[in-house]
Design a protein around this ligand. Structure first.
Ligand code: ARG
Length: 483
């Protein structure tokens, strides 16, 4: 299409059309104002396609050179903001192609040989998303490192572990944080897996059935890095599927949703821990806001918003699944609707991960390079809370089991002990030995060791348990894994 023809697209696509598109329909069908974000991927894939066309003798060397030169100029124009995006040219692909033809003439018109916008857009989105996945995996590593940097300081800081939000057993704060490290490590794994299926080449599928031109698809795949770990080109093997498959978008959206669900769980805990009734932590002021009416307030806005934003990311997953549901083969214009949810998911997830790394681990001081201003931990408040809810009751039962009682009987004995302690408003460890012995004669002086918080932590020395030796080993494992 010449520039003139393309400009007239708003009036008619080709000689076939007798009526121009209304302005409303033009606005309704256009995607350029959001899909222009794909411009780098679009140019990169076009350059690889043109190089291959030339190598295969489908276009001349001169045409290839003109295309490469024209694209270099377009790259600069878009980068410096002088590129004139036109709604009438519908999308990123037609905008760039029209400008190319304006710059280099017929060579520009030859670029689309053996290609359709259907395989073009599928390629662009995959290429763009691959880069974003790489960034997200990096941000997930950073967040894990931030959590680990706090965990390292708190392998002996005791807090109550909860089930049903009732005090259950003592755990270390480090142990609690490491649970989130596990979640974000799985998120990174999932992203790497999604990347494998994203990094496959649809180009060469053409509109839907393949093309009569002798394309070398492997050459294009290699040129844009759509290769596996062994350098083998990764190519969509069915042209109908190639142009219409959006599994990678749904999978990415699902992986992102799971990650945001993890973020929302952590957010919820940060919000609880920061409330006066817990008082376990403080967030740095820059992540909180005051109230316009209550001068004493410091609200954990950032975790609250992250918890809220989980809703939109999960919503985008529902949107994408519904978009694909029931679509017949092959390409349908419906697919243009895959972009905004993907873009918003990427933006939301990246911002959230960045802000959480900073909020938890702190920011590097420009002078010293040391991290400052992350989470402030009130170890005393945590310990006090752990002493309040009979968190060591299980330890007493285990103690009796060691003395020969069946566990169920020991459980019953301890229930009585707790009941008595409750009426006296004391912790089990605060009951005199003589009182404890009224519950069972086997109880001796050494019981106090097991009723202490530290004793309780140390006792849970199985792999994955909260004993400081175990937690330190886990921190070392994670750090080595992330190095
Ligand atoms: N803007 C379109 C999209 O995002 C590009 C593909 C258009 N293909 C077509 N046959 N109309 O899906």
């Amino acid at each position: 299409m010449s520039q003139n023809q393309l400009d007239k697209k708003s009036q008619a696509w080709s000689a076939l059309f007798s009526e121009p598109m209304s302005e409303l329909v033009q606005r309704y069908t256009a995607s350029v104002f959001f899909d222009k974000r794909l411009w780098q991927a679009d140019i990169t894939a076009s350059l690889a396609h043109a190089e291959m066309l030339c190598h295969q003798g489908i276009i001349s060397k001169e045409d290839h050179n003109s295309i490469a030169k024209g694209m270099a100029q377009i790259w600069t124009e878009i980068e410096n903001g002088s590129f004139d995006w036109k709604l009438a040219l519908e999308d990123v692909h037609l905008n760039i192609e029209a400008r190319l033809t304006q710059l280099v003439g017929d060579a520009g018109k030859r670029l689309h040989t053996g290609r359709s916008r259907n395989d073009q857009v599928a390629t662009d989105v995959r290429l763009w998303l691959r880069g974003e996945i790489d960034l997200i995996i990096g941000l997930l590593s950073e967040l894990q490192r931030a959590l680990l940097s706090v965990a390292e300081q708190h392998t002996e800081t005791v807090m109550p572990g909860f089930t049903h939000l009732q005090v259950a057993q003592p755990v270390s704060f480090a142990h609690h944080l490491l649970a989130y490290v596990e979640m974000f490590a799985r998120d990174a794994e999932r992203m790497a897996d999604v990347r494998r299926r994203t990094n496959r080449l649809p180009l060469g599928s053409a509109a839907l059935a393949g093309t009569g031109y002798p394309l070398d698809r492997a050459r294009v795949a290699k040129a844009i890095g759509m290769v596996d770990a062994h350098g083998e080109p990764q190519i969509c093997q069915n042209s109908l599927d190639g142009v219409s498959d959006r599994d990678f978008a749904m999978e990415f959206s699902a992986a992102s949703s799971i990650c945001m669900v993890h973020i929302s769980r952590l957010s919820e805990e940060l919000i609880l821990w920061m409330s006066q009734n817990f008082g376990y932590i403080q967030l740095a002021d820059r992540f909180t806001t005051g109230s316009s009416i209550m001068p004493q307030k410091k609200n954990p806005d950032v975790p609250e918003l992250a918890r809220g934003k989980t809703g939109r990311v999960v919503g985008h997953l529902m949107g994408l699944l519904t978009l694909m549901k029931g679509q017949p083969l092959a390409y349908n214009k419906d697919n243009q609707e895959d972009k905004e949810p993907l873009f918003d998911t990427v933006d939301t997830l990246k911002d959230t991960l960045r802000i959480f790394s900073d909020m938890i681990g702190g920011e590097a001081n420009a002078q010293t390079g040391k991290k400052e201003g992350g989470l402030t931990v009130n170890a005393e408040a945590m310990e006090l809370a752990a002493k309040k809810g009979y968190a060591t009751a299980t330890d007493l039962a285990d103690y009796l089991v060691k003395k020969g009682l069946p566990f169920r009987d020991a459980h019953e004995v301890v229930a009585h002990a707790v009941k008595t302690a409750q009426t006296q408003d004391k912790d089990l460890s605060e009951l005199p030995l003589a009182t404890l012995q009224t519950f069972h004669a086997a109880i001796e002086q050494d019981v106090f060791e097991c009723l202490s918080l530290v004793g309780s932590l140390n006792a849970r020395n199985t792999l994955g348990g909260t004993a400081p030796v175990q937690v330190k080993a886990q921190i070392a494992r994670h750090l080595a894994r992330l190095a």
